[in-house]
Design a protein around this ligand. Structure first.
Ligand SMILES: Cc1cc2nc3c(=O)[nH]c(=O)nc-3n(C[C@H](O)[C@H](O)[C@H](O)COP(=O)(O)OP(=O)(O)OC[C@H]3O[C@@H](n4cnc5c(N)ncnc54)[C@H](O)[C@@H]3O)c2cc1C
Length: 393
């Protein structure tokens, strides 16, 4: 598959063709670089990318995620119009219904930061929430927050579309090929070794998702990413009735779930997920028998009319988690030419395009495009323990 005369030499090699690797290759190619993507699975987007339910929001509580996801939204909103491809974009925002004063305070406390970065998130009263989420249980409903500019996107379509555009720009994709080692000399990256060959480049971007820590061992650096298992499911399509993606932040009465979220995608299917109360470490992808009963009970108690849904399938995937819950995006001082884009936690799909743009900037310019208040908390080599304490405040 290597182009004739290329001598296995590239300007940049991207390890991993997932939520992050594919947009990174696309934006590197847009800067004129000759790029190789190496993916161990049979196609792009088949890792944890395809486990995502497709929520895309800029309404976060930290500047990096706000800015990176804003970039993603700016691109996907107009993609179909400008490029002609279906990527499953469904506008409609995110809605957090609120049943307690404490949560109201927490969510409203984020508005000043979010507005500083241009987000239009606001408080909506209970009647407004009942319009946004038809049939919602109004018992104790105080209102909620609504961010009209967020939305949903298809994790099955986006990587396929992006890699098609990337390959048209000259990106080479090697699938069913596993990176098994890295070439390094005098503190500079030289390329990668796979189970099928050796490829040279002065820049390597590591976008290996939950496998990042294993790659860290090959590189001789510590990359603190662990797989945190999450389940999701999808129902048969119904008439469109639900515009926003809904996040119920209340811990579940069953004592097993921290929150749960669901939305109706561009094809009318209800897609859903919950966050287990405790971190569930491991890469086992078999569905648990408890997932659907717990999820169904939570969904039906929030919106009783959902009891008639016909569930089509459930699945389990992983969040690539970091100790402080914040991604690791940055160049590595110890190894010149190495850029990390890993540890995306539960937001790698929505971060993808924004991170891809940042990775291209980092790899080509050697610096962040993000402002310091955004890049400092995501850089490699930060104090993860301090970040964790901060996150718990
Ligand atoms: C149930 C569930 C729901 C989710 N919902 C959302 C959501 O709504 N919105 C959102 O933004 N995020 C969501 N996420 C999180 C999102 O899926 C992840 O954060 C994201 O996919 C991580 O992207 P990544 O590129 O780091 O990893 P991946 O997409 O897994 O890509 C990494 C790739 O690297 C490849 N790779 C690894 N090692 C090698 C090697 N040695 N050689 C070659 N290739 C290699 C893998 O095969 C893989 O394809 C959800 C996750 C789960 C589990």
């Amino acid at each position: 598959m290597t182009r004739a005369g290329s001598n296995n030499r590239y300007d940049a090699i991207v390890v991993g063709g997932g939520s992050i690797g594919v947009p990174s290759a696309y934006y590197l190619a847009r800067r004129g670089l000759k790029v190789l993507v190496i993916e161990r699975r049979a196609a792009v987007g088949q890792g944890d990318n395809k486990a995502a339910i497709g929520g895309v929001r800029a309404t976060h509580s930290d500047p990096a995620k706000i800015l990176l996801c804003t970039r993603t939204l700016d691109v996907v909103r107009t993609w179909k119009e400008e490029q002609g491809d279906e990527i499953g974009w469904k506008p409609g925002g995110y809605c957090f219904p609120v049943y307690s004063e404490a949560l109201e305070k927490t969510l409203c406390g984020l508005f000043p930061l979010q507005r500083k970065y241009g987000l239009e998130n606001g408080w909506v009263d209970a009647d407004g929430i009942a319009e946004l989420i038809p049939g919602i249980n109004r018992d104790g409903l105080r209102g909620g927050t609504y961010s009209p500019n967020d939305g949903q996107l298809s994790p099955l379509l986006l990587p396929v579309v992006l890699i098609r555009h990337a390959t048209r720009m000259g990106v080479e994709l090697r699938v069913k090929e596993r990176v098994t080692g890295y070439l390094e000399q005098s503190g500079r990256i030289q390329g990668v070794v796979t189970d099928q060959g050796t490829y040279y480049a002065p820049r390597v971007i590591l976008a290996a998702g939950v496998d990042a820590a294993e790659h860290g061992k090959l590189l001789g650096i510590d990359i603190p990413v662990i797989p945190d298992s999450h389940e999701a499911g999808i129902a048969a399509p119904v008439e469109p009735f639900l515009r926003p993606l809904v996040v119920d932040m209340r811990p579940g009465p069953e004592g097993r779930t921290a929150n749960f979220y669901f939305g109706q995608n561009h094809e009318g299917q209800i897609i859903f997920c919950y966050t287990p109360k405790e971190l569930f470490v491991g890469t086992n992808r078999e569905s648990l028998s408890e997932f659907l009963p717990i999820l169904a009970s939570r969904m039906i108690s929030l919106v009783p009319r959902l009891r008639n849904l016909l569930v089509r399938r459930v699945w389990r995937g992983c969040y690539p988690m970091t100790p402080d819950g914040v991604p690791i995006i940055g160049n590595v001082d110890e190894i010149e030419g190495l850029t990390l884009a890993v540890g995306m936690c539960g937001q790698g799909f929505m971060l993808g395009i924004g991170v891809g743009q940042e990775v291209a900037h980092l790899a080509v310019e050697g610096t962040y495009a993000l402002p310091p208040e955004a890049w400092k908390p995501i850089r490699y080599g930060r104090d993860f323990a301090a970040g964790k304490k901060e996150a718990l405040k």
